[in-house]
Every structure is written in C-alpha cells, then in structure tokens.
Ligand binder design. Structure first.
Ligand SMILES: [Zn+2]
Length: 250
C-alpha cells in the first residue's frame, strides 16, 4: 500500500507544500531525497519558490500580506494536520490521500503564473479600495474636522478624523484595531515635494478601540497626515502602506 517513496507519481504534487514548509519532517526528507533524482520536481520547486519569493517582494511589506500569509498557512497547516491524522499507513485507498495532497499543494501555488498576480492584485485592490470615504465634517466654532481615509483592509470599521484648531491637529480614532504584535501606529507628515517625514507620535488604541494622537508641528501648508504600522520605537522610513491618511486642507 505504501507508495514507493522514489516514485515521481507519489511526489509530483508535493512541491507546493514543500515550498511552504507545510510537510511533516519525515515526508519533507523523503521529498528531498526524491528531488535528488527528479529534475521535474526540482524544476517545479524552483518555479514555486521563485513565485513565492516574487509574492513576498511584490506584496507590500505590510499587514495585509502578513495576514494573508497567516491565513494561507493556517489552511495549509490544517490540511497537513488532517493528513497526519489520517496517517501514511491508513487503510484508505491511495486515491483519497492523493487528492488531499493535491489540495495541500494549493491551486494557486501549483499555477503561480496565473495565481500569483491575482493575489498581488487582491492586495493592491484591498489597499486602494480601503482608502475611501474622505470628507469634511461639520465642526464646533474654531475647530475643523476632516475625515481620514482609512485602509479598510487593515482597519475595516475604524472611524478617524483629524481635528484642527489654531493650526494644530489631533487624530481621533474609534474602533481602531490593535496594531500587529510588535508594532505601533506612527504618524507621518507629508509636505509638498517632500517625502513623508516621521514624527515622534507613536500610538496604540485603548482597549475600546479609541485613540487620540497629536500631530506635532503646524498644519499650515501640510499636504497630508499619514499613519502607518511601524516597529515599536518608530521608524525613520515608512515600512507599511498607509493605514490612514488625511489632508488638512480637504
Ligand atoms: Zn518527481
């Protein structure tokens, strides 16, 4: 019943799981042995590895890709766990096991040329579609509020406004999610013809999701206030796409 471990038919669907490191260790070793004898599988591993590397490069180095990766890995690991539970010596016929293996390799990994761009596009769309719904709000005397554009993919229910008075601004947020582990929200200011400049304002929401973060300096002539996820302690350069942004002049 146990397939010949050196049989290409047995291993041909394994490259995806192998590249994702989703195989049980003994199976991984078996596949690596097979790789030494099979150029076809070696080529497939190379191809998939290039595709996953490209995904890592093409995808913005941000939360969406981390979340996506986590979700993909969760599916892969669940399937791997199912496979392990079934056991290689399970009395089932070979065919169902092989169907499992096929799914475990994930369709999009098995066809990187088609599927990888789709995922990158998905991320890009998510980032773009999320930046919607800006607009000025009514305000009390002497204060002006402008609604920030929020990346809905990262903070789907967040409501963020820039409250301005006497040239000073404060970002006020509700329903803001916790930043990813080891990260905080960082405020950046963008002036015309300049790159976004980091500010010393780092923040995280309270447990109820609310937050207030002062924008250092004057808002006069400022093009945009931007917020990203950055490592605790802040970053001199943005390492994520904007989670939110708002133009004081809007
Ligand atoms: Zn092979």
């Amino acid at each position: 019943m146990t397939p010949d471990r050196f049989d290409h038919d047995f291993w041909m669907e394994s490259a995806g799981a192998y590249v994702l490191r989703a195989m049980p260790a003994d199976e991984e070793q078996g596949f690596e042995r097979h790789l030494t004898t099979c150029a076809t599988c070696r080529d497939q591993v190379e191809e998939l590895r290039a595709a996953t590397d490209a995904l890592a490069l093409a995808a913005p180095p941000v939360v969406p890709s981390a979340n996506l990766r986590a979700r993909v890995m969760q599916v892969v690991e669940q399937e791997a766990a199912l496979l392990r539970a079934a056991g290689p010596e399970a009395d089932a016929p070979v065919r169902p096991v092989r169907e499992k293996r096929r799914r475990l390799s994930l369709d999009w990994l098995a066809r990187p040329a088609l599927a990888m761009p789709a995922i990158v596009v998905l991320l890009a769309l998510g980032a773009l579609a999320g930046l919607a719904g800006a607009g000025a709000l009514d305000s009390e005397p002497g204060m002006r509020s402008v609604r920030a554009e929020v990346n809905e993919r990262v903070a789907p229910n967040a409501l963020v406004t820039l409250e301005m008075k006497d040239g000073q601004g404060t970002l006020v947020a509700e329903r803001l999610p916790e930043p990813p582990r080891g990260r905080v929200y960082q405020v950046w200011v963008k002036r015309p013809n300049l790159d976004p400049e980091p500010t010393s304002t780092l923040f995280a929401p309270r447990t109820d999701g609310s937050a207030a973060a002062a924008v250092p300096g004057s808002l006069d002539g400022m093009e945009a206030v931007i917020v990203t996820h950055e490592p605790v302690g802040g970053s001199p350069r943005p390492t994520s796409q904007p989670i939110m942004q708002v133009s004081p002049a809007a």
